[in-house]
Design a protein around this ligand. Structure first.
Ligand SMILES: Cc1cc2nc3c(=O)[nH]c(=O)nc-3n(C[C@H](O)[C@H](O)[C@H](O)COP(=O)(O)OP(=O)(O)OC[C@H]3O[C@@H](n4cnc5c(N)ncnc54)[C@H](O)[C@@H]3O)c2cc1C
Length: 385
């Protein structure tokens, strides 16, 4: 499947060259290994270092912090190529460390940026945002994990669930309810905690319908002690508030990945029906099949136009929360429907774990939840009415 991205008119030569680099990495380092990783139950942690060597980690992080010095569109290219890869669904969120890198880039102190970002970009550190808890997902106010001030330290207790790359994690970007003497209103802060610090432990990865080789993990925190240097943005600062801006960017890029996954599913289905003998011709010769595929093609084209507009707005600093919620909601819901239609066109083969399309259906379901469920996106849009 070779797709011409020049006609989209939003990418320059550097983005196109970068896309080739990312595509090569998926073809050489991920696709041939995915079946073995699925048997082992997890992809190789070393993949992050290999990706760094290939120059594809943190492409949008400034060079002064060890990143690629590109822009949001470089990051979008990474996500899109993840969506275009037949192995993309299996590795789940895969080699992405950028969402967490952006949290530090937008919300961290200068010292935190200097210290952590080069480690993200080199693959030395795998970091992730830890928001969700066993009993608190969309509703952050139900969060039970606490950070209590004791002398010049913070003592953290609680647990987090459904964390991307949980088992590969080196750095937890953990959100906790802050408890300080005299507080009346609920306050939250983001703490940078080493995953091997005393008091941190990891649970078994969740078993999901995806049966891929990524992992969604659980982490426990018991009397974990950190100093003020581990509070995002510094104590008393609004590091978490600043970092919340990251969500609009990552939701949009997430939407771009969903569109790419739909396009892959479309091409898989098109190839399959053209090849499949049926009723003296092929499945493709049945008008009803052609009409279904025509609708899929149209939906992808329309979604892409809006996502591209949002990507450009994100690059130029004009992206609104409403736009990013629209992109995330529309494209992830579309991904659920289109991967299902395309799997259906594969007949029983679309139900087989041997074929990537079945994993793409399962992964799409997860994409509706990650970075905020569809109803939360709708709520963001509704609040602007
Ligand atoms: C693939 C994947 C990767 C993830 N990675 C991470 C990660 O790295 N870090 C992390 O912290 N979390 C992660 N999560 C967790 C994810 O953020 C949560 O699943 C999500 O926030 C929803 O929380 P919940 O699952 O507790 O569902 P709940 O919040 O309990 O919601 C359950 C259902 O209730 C409905 N609902 C919820 N809120 C509303 C509302 N306001 N209005 C109307 N209906 C509503 C929706 O139908 C929703 O599906 C990941 C999840 C997945 C699937």
């Amino acid at each position: 499947m070779q797709i011409d991205h020049t006609e989209r008119g939003i990418f320059n030569e550097s983005h196109h060259a970068f896309r080739e680099q990312v595509r090569r990495f998926y073809a050489q380092e991920i696709e041939p290994n995915v079946a073995a990783w699925e048997r082992d139950g997890a992809f190789d942690r070393n993949l992050f270092r290999k990706a760094a060597k290939a120059g594809i980690l943190c492409p949008g992080v400034p060079e002064e912090y060890g990143g690629g010095g590109g822009d949001i569109l470089h990051l979008a290219v990474c996500y899109e190529e993840h969506g275009y890869s037949p192995a993309g669904a299996s590795i789940d969120s895969g080699i992405d460390t950028d969402a967490s890198a952006y949290i530090i880039l937008l919300g961290g102190t200068e010292a935190q940026k200097q210290f952590w970002l080069p480690k993200f970009a080199s693959g030395e550190v795998v970091g992730e945002g830890l928001f969700t808890e066993p009993h608190a997902g969309s509703d952050m106010t139900a969060m039970k994990t606490t950070a209590v001030r004791q002398g010049d330290q913070w003592v953290i207790n609680g647990s987090k669930a459904w964390i991307t790359n949980g088992n590969h994690l080196d750095l937890c970007l953990l959100v906790a309810r802050i408890k300080e003497a005299g507080d009346t209103k609920p306050k939250f802060g983001l703490f940078l905690i080493d995953a091997d610090a005393p008091g941190v432990s990891k649970g078994k990865p969740f078993q999901t319908m995806l049966r891929g080789c990524g992992n969604l993990g659980e982490l426990f925190f018991e009397n974990v002690r950190v100093g003020d240097d581990r509070v995002l943005g510094g104590p008393g600062a609004s590091g978490l508030g600043q970092a919340a801006r990251t969500l609009s960017i990552t939701r949009t890029i997430f939407a771009a990945r969903s569109v790419a996954a739909c396009e892959l599913a479309f091409h898989m289905a098109l190839d399959y029906v053209k090849d499949r003998p049926a009723f003296g011709k092929t499945l493709f010769d049945l008008p009803v099949i052609k009409a279904k595929l025509a609708q899929v093609k149209m939906r992808i084209a329309v979604a892409r136009a809006f996502v591209d507009k949002c990507l450009v707005a994100a690059r130029d600093g004009r992206l609104t929360a409403e736009q990013s919620s629209m992109a995330k909601l529309w494209c992830t819901e579309m991904e659920v429907e289109i991967t299902d239609i395309c799997a259906h066109l594969h007949g029983a083969m679309g139900f087989s774990n041997e074929h990537p399309i079945s994993k793409m259906v399962a992964a799409a379901r997860g994409h509706r939840f990650a970075m905020g469920v569809s109803e939360m996106q709708l709520d963001t849009i509704a609040r602007q009415l």
